[in-house]
Design a protein around this ligand. Structure first.
Ligand code: UTP
Length: 406
């Protein structure tokens, strides 16, 4: 893209401010800015409506395969899952591009040390969980690790320093998630430097598009990988490529599966898997009206009982069709440092919007989903905060309950 094209494009979308300092830039910086401009999807900034709750369709409970039903078919599901793993049809995708602001650690969230008498990183514990499966299956599966521009180098370094947690390094593939530009309250895209568009990681929902763009899609094809188990970095009890879950999802004939747990209370801060207009979808806790969340069945159980734990299994073929569909964009109101009148301004209160795609929105696009209930004390120990709910403290207690020496 040359400067004339850029000027035309920007005036079409009312974003001419991006060239305010163009004449002050070096030749290299000018070329870089034009490249950044050519990559922006400007239509996303038209008629911004932030924070407004999306209009929900008609909600009804999703039928789930319950813990007792799973127990009754455990051997059958496990055998099916193990044979898919042994045939190399299953791989894992670790979502580790988040910034972990609530935990407040400098480095990648997965590098956070949760040990007490020994060093034990979140990554380390998750790879210990993986080892349970690879021992049973007798094979290693591919693990794709999504990082962001902000933590990619530190994440790779941490893996290398820790000898890839005993996992074969050639089976671990890092890819960097895409960034999304940030804008002010009027939808005007901000500059973080005179020649640089302010941008932040585009949320955990863009993982498949980023994986394909990185070139790793070729590994999926050449290795014949049919299923991807996507999981969050911040649950230390995460069971990864769990053969029983894999087998049950394959058996169901659905395009994806989601591990769910029974919610502890109507207002627990987890997304709820339910049917929206008859299609499986996840409704975020802040989107569901409190009176709906509080509804109970005649037996006293919550009507919308199943919370997601960010552990999904996706069929790759169906997933690639979702690339043509549009994931909704979520806006969050944040403090965004930016250039104003030629100076860097670091705001003390939120001044603009960051854009994110969320993995939970993929479920609706997939069209079908197996809700697979797991026992929360065994599989759900999220670490979002230092103390209190979903914290290092609560996760340590759950790890100890599961026999992990800290
Ligand atoms: P969270 O939504 O908890 O966000 O991520 P976070 O950035 O880790 O933490 P806070 O909100 O700043 O405290 C859920 C999962 O999605 C991943 C995270 O790494 C985590 O595994 N994630 C989140 C990404 O991979 N990329 C993103 O842009 C955001």
């Amino acid at each position: 893209m040359d400067i004339l094209e850029a000027r035309r494009l920007l005036s079409e979308h009312g974003q001419q401010q991006l060239l305010d300092y163009y004449e002050e830039l070096s030749e290299g910086e000018q070329a870089s800015l034009l490249r950044q401009i050519s990559e922006v999807n400007f239509s996303a900034f038209h008629g911004l409506k932030a924070g407004g709750a999306r209009k929900l369709g008609e909600l009804s409970p999703v039928p789930a395969v319950t813990v007792s039903e799973i127990d009754a078919h455990r051997d059958e599901y496990r055998a099916l899952g193990l044979s898919a793993l042994r045939a190399g049809k299953v791989a894992a995708v670790l979502l580790a591009g988040g910034q972990g602001t609530r935990l407040g650690s400098d480095g990648p969230k997965g590098a956070f040390d949760i040990g007490i008498t020994r060093k034990l990183s979140i990554f380390g514990q998750q790879f210990a969980n993986i080892a349970d499966v690879t021992r049973e299956a007798g094979v290693y599966f591919h693990v794709f690790v999504m990082t962001s521009e902000l933590n990619d180098a530190a994440t790779r370094k941490f893996f290398a320093e820790n000898d890839f947690f005993g996992y074969p390094a050639e089976k671990i593939h890092f890819f960097v998630q895409d960034m999304a530009p940030s804008c002010d309250v009027h939808g005007k895209i901000l500059l973080s430097e005179k020649g640089k568009i302010a941008a932040s990681p585009n949320g955990n929902g863009g993982w498949y598009a980023s994986l394909v763009r990185s070139g790793d899609g070729r590994i999926l094809e050449s290795e014949g990988i049919e299923w991807l188990n996507v999981y969050a970095v911040d649950n230390v009890l995460q069971r990864i490529c769990d053969p029983v879950f894999v087998g049950a999802t394959i058996k169901s004939g659905f395009g994806c599966g989601a591990k769910v747990v029974k919610k502890v209370s109507p207002d627990e801060k987890v997304g709820v898997l339910c049917l929206e207009d008859g299609v499986p979808a996840i409704v975020e806790y802040y989107e569901m009206p409190p009176e709906t969340a509080a509804q109970r069945r005649p037996d006293g159980e919550l009507k919308f009982a199943y919370g997601v734990i960010l552990n999904y299994l996706f069929n790759v073929q169906l997933l690639s069709r979702t690339l043509e569909k549009r994931l909704p964009v979520h806006l969050s109101f944040k403090k965004i440092p930016h250039i104003e009148n030629g100076q860097l301004v670091t705001p003390e209160s939120p001044n603009g919007y960051k854009f994110e795609y969320l993995v939970l929105d993929l479920i609706k696009l997939m069209g079908s989903c197996l809700a697979f209930e797991v026992v929360r004390e065994r599989e759900f120990a999220p670490i979002k905060n230092r103390t209190g709910v979903d914290s290092v403290e609560s996760a340590r207690a759950l790890l100890e309950k599961n026999g992990v020496m800290l």
